[in-house]
Design a protein around this ligand. Sequence first.
Ligand SMILES: [Zn+2]
Length: 509
Amino acid sequence: MTRKIDILDTTLRDGEQSPGCSMSPQEKTIVARELIRLGVDVIEAGFPVSSPNDFRAVSEVGSIAGDKAIVAAFSRAIEKDIDCAAEALKTAARPRIITGIGVSPTHMSDKLHMSEDEVVECTTKAVAHAKSLVDDVEFYAEDAGRADADFLVRVVQAAVDAGATVINIPDTTGFCLPEEYGALIAAVAECVKGIDDVKLAVHAHNDLGLATALALAGVRSGATQVECTINGLGERAGNTALEEIVMAIRMHGDELDAHTDIVTSELTRASRLVSRITGMSVQANKAIVGANAFAHSSGIHQDGVLKSRSTYEIIDPAEVGASGSDIILSARSGHAALRHRLQELGYTFEDQEFEGIYERFLEIADQKKEVYDEDLESIVQEFQRDVSAIYTLKALQIQCGDPLVPTAVATIIDENGETHVVSTTGTGPVDAAYKAIDKVVGIESDLQEFAVKAITRGIDAIGEVTVRITAQDGRVYNGRGADNDIIVSSAKAYINAVNRMIEASRARG
Ligand SMILES: [Zn+2]
């Protein structure tokens, strides 16, 4: 049997640090359910001391994970961070505190203003304190990729001596070459006493497009935990993509002496879900989960694949769940069929909530006859967005055409249940609708990006709109909306982004 490599997914912590990708506690639990279906070993659910919402998210993920996954909370090597992480993890059956400190020259002198000795002392204190609160403690040596190897060994030794159960050697800035990084991991594996009794982890960033190569180099050098995110989401250029590292280990398990327990047929679904929730599209030529990952357009390639798939394709699309969903429901499907399918997708609802979803399902089924899993996911997310929203779009009427002046009449309900009806004109139907929303909300923002996509096949597919807005303080927010009518989708997406902007500013107080 090859070595089991643990997969720590940090989509909910490192991933959501991508500009515009912050998730509400409710959205995090939806992603966490998918991570459980994927079979990840550890879910890093958030950074509890950073905000009340993150605290709640960690607690909620802890309560749904049960014994199916370790739930981890991030902290700095500061007592109040660690206490807060422990508190948020009280709901978890298998809690892990992650704590750590910068170890590179620039982190120590420019950020921490600490000497080497002080960093070692701080490490010992933080790990020992975390260990007094939970059994499972992961220590990260931030910016290890640019650290002095001898000093790194010294810090890691202190963490191991203080009781750390996992040691993470991150290339926080995505600076290393894979062989250098591998050598660093090997140095720690060789020189630290007692390292055989702890798990060695790799965590790489994609600033040079090397994140997956770095993680693989680490695995080759003895790491048995890889930290990664769905779609490679994360700070700046992102993290190691879960789908890439998992499939690379799967294709080369014998050479690497490694395997993971990930259910690969869930990879495509997980990718789409995270993209939909964060509003961050996946590039078409993205490995494993991009729309073109299994598309062949040159005649020579098509001919080859038709004769034998293996001529130009190393992965069977079905292995990663990319073979497309089957038609599953129609307007004739009753309550029981819908409830059953939603359960299979991981959603359960109280009766009253379910009625709302069923009604929306019937509307969609009437319009487009065939309802796919993707449509169902979109209905559920739409519904959940509406429930927790500050502003919701009740109705939208648009007049446009040539030579008409585009005019929108929007009915918007605020969180107090008050109805606002506004009418505006614009340069086009979307502009008119957005101006109507602005009138009600009364907060200025700048529209940066606007994209329309069909969720499923066919001309009658649900059109999904993604927008990106910048608030006056420069922060970025994504929003999504789905409907058969793309102008309505556009308005919903904009309201969604505005709601996130308001929620975030309230959470900051
Ligand atoms: Zn990171």
